[in-house]
Design a binder for this molecule. Structure first.
Ligand SMILES: C[S@@+](CC[C@H](N)C(=O)[O-])C[C@H]1O[C@@H](n2cnc3c(N)ncnc32)[C@H](O)[C@@H]1O
Length: 272
């Protein structure tokens, strides 16, 4: 199957305006964090982060199909001994903008090394915020099922009476469970915690995704031939994986060296 991969050397705020309405199935991205890694590719002051991001998220809302999903990898840092609150402010502002904040996945960085801080412990997780345009969106849950493993041997061995019938949520979340349904099954649905090692092999970009990260969301939210967008492409991990999985992809990156690197990696011309 042949797919179209477009990489643009441009500022996302500008380039996104040229992408047609309702044309993208999945956005997976990790924008520059507030003030972090200032020396490598610029940072935005935490107090101005929401103001900087909102025009970009407005364009993302326009280009995403009503059935599509936006996964935003972000984590507030500690400033003067306190967590910044710009991610929370951003979520509230994006809801005002028209986004539905559907879910928050946690990326547990399972290989983070130990350290010592006077008033906290090693930070070993990041947020993967899921936003949608509509409450009904494409989601192919069977594609990310995991082996039952030890759960089958322990939890399913001693079932209570309540486990044997459907136990509906008392708070109206729509969640109900009938634990006995899972006996003798090989696979279960995963949780919203992704245990992935950080990418140490990619020496050309200091904040590259592990390939499994975009891969998991591409499997969960798209089919072959769908379109995946990363407006902060970096070393192009999202595009590389999308291409391998027969998805069309669009990447935007402001730094020419990164664009050239992606162009070589994917054997695709850079567009201006
Ligand atoms: C956290 S990195 C993304 C890393 C990427 N997920 C990967 O796997 O390599 C963010 C990227 O956004 C780029 N960037 C920053 N501001 C941008 C803008 N306004 N438009 C496009 N790209 C931008 C940076 O140069 C950087 O490479």
């Amino acid at each position: 199957m042949s797919v179209i991969i477009d990489i643009y050397r441009d500022d996302s705020a500008e380039r996104l305006k040229k992408i047609p309405d309702n044309s993208v199935d999945l956005i997976v991205t990790s924008p520059p964090y507030a003030d972090q890694r200032k020396k490598t590719y610029g940072g935005i002051h935490p107090d101005r982060y929401v103001e900087w991001f909102l025009p970009i998220s407005a364009e993302l809302l326009r280009v995403l199909k009503p059935t599509g999903t936006f996964i935003l990898n972000i984590k507030e840092k500690v400033v003067n001994g306190e967590r910044s609150i710009y991610v929370m402010q951003l979520i509230l502002a994006m809801r005002q903008q028209g986004w539905i904040w559907t879910e928050e996945f946690i990326w547990h960085k399972k290989n983070s090394y130990p350290g010592k801080w006077p008033n906290r412990f090693r930070d070993s997780w990041e947020r993967l915020l899921q936003f949608n345009k509509e409450k009904k969106f494409n989601m192919y849950q069977e594609e990310v099922m995991v082996p039952m493993g030890d759960w089958a041997k322990s939890r399913l061995k001693n079932l209570s009476e309540i486990d044997k019938s459907r136990d509906n949520s008392k708070v109206g979340s729509g969640f109900g469970k009938n634990i006995s349904n899972w006996i003798n099954r090989d696979k279960a649905y995963p949780t919203n915690v992704l245990h992935l090692a950080t990418e140490c092999n990619n020496k050309n970009h200091s904040a590259a995704f592990p390939e499994e990260l975009p891969e998991w969301f591409i499997k969960l939210f798209t089919r072959e031939g769908d379109c995946v967008l990363d407006p902060f492409m970096g070393s192009g991990t999202t595009l590389l994986v999308a291409k391998r999985m027969n998805r069309n992809a669009i990447g935007i990156e402001i730094i020419p060296e990164y664009c050239e690197m992606v162009s070589e990696r994917l054997d695709v011309e850079i567009k201006e």
